[in-house]
Design a protein around this ligand. Structure first.
Ligand SMILES: Cc1ncc(C[n+]2csc(CCOP(=O)(O)OP(=O)(O)O)c2C)c(N)n1
Length: 204
């Protein structure tokens, strides 16, 4: 049994949820300047759409970097909880990051995998996850025992609460829809970097 969810469900059993709604639910639970890294794809658009926070970083341009960036922040600032919001296509491009997280074992890191089975932002091409590749099974096999699919929104919130209060690393798998994002992140990478560094207290 996974430590992060009391009643584990398979990817097929997990409810397909609204990506923007899940992102809002996550952000609403953050009270202690937790860092959130939104990966390329619609995950960072929805993170911006949920309301800009100084501790948000929006990855533009490169797939698969939300987890490595979040890992770096988690290791550098162990007192801060850190979330990575990564699309399934992007995580598939950087699967080795899961083994690196398992090796480093940051207790303050939670990876949220947003799985729509597709590369949505580039036109909805099917990803391996859409044909049965189970990213939570891969996370567990990579050494991340506290990995589970969120059965529904209530389970997702419970899992986020555990990630905010208990020792990780955690991986939360979310089946999500293909809705268009409500907003787009302004494309200004150096400003995103500088704002984030200020938000983490490492730049004046
Ligand atoms: C190395 C690399 N390959 C391809 C692209 C083009 N690209 C940008 S986003 C994206 C799809 C991302 O898929 P996913 O992470 O599942 O997010 P979604 O679009 O479904 O929200 C692709 C193929 C890229 N930016 N970088």
């Amino acid at each position: 049994m996974s430590a992060i969810q009391n009643q584990p469900v398979s990817r097929d059993q997990a409810k397909v949820m609204r990506r923007a709604d899940l992102t809002r639910r996550l952000v609403a639970r953050l009270k202690h300047e937790e860092a959130v890294i939104g990966g390329i794809g619609f995950s960072n658009f929805d993170l911006f759409g949920a309301g800009h926070r100084a501790q948000n970083f929006y990855m533009l341009g490169s797939m698969g970097l939300a987890v490595p960036i979040a890992l770096g922040v988690a290791l550098a600032q162990k007192q801060r909880r850190v979330f990575a919001l990564e699309g399934d296509g992007s995580l598939l491009m950087q699967l080795g990051a899961l083994g690196t997280v398992a090796t480093q074992r940051p207790t303050n890191l939670c990876i949220v995998v947003l799985d729509n089975g597709a590369y949505q932002i580039t036109g909805g091409q099917m990803a391996a996850s859409g044909a049965g590749t189970d990213l939570i099974a891969i996370a567990r096999a990579s050494g991340l025992a506290q990995s589970a699919w969120a059965a529904d929104e209530t389970a997702f919130e419970e899992m986020v609460d555990r990630a905010l209060t208990e020792d990780g690393p955690f991986v939360i798998g979310c089946r999500i829809d293909n809705a268009r994002p409500e907003k787009q992140t302004p494309r200004d990478p150096s400003r995103i970097r500088d704002d984030f560094m200020r938000g983490l207290g490492v730049k004046k």
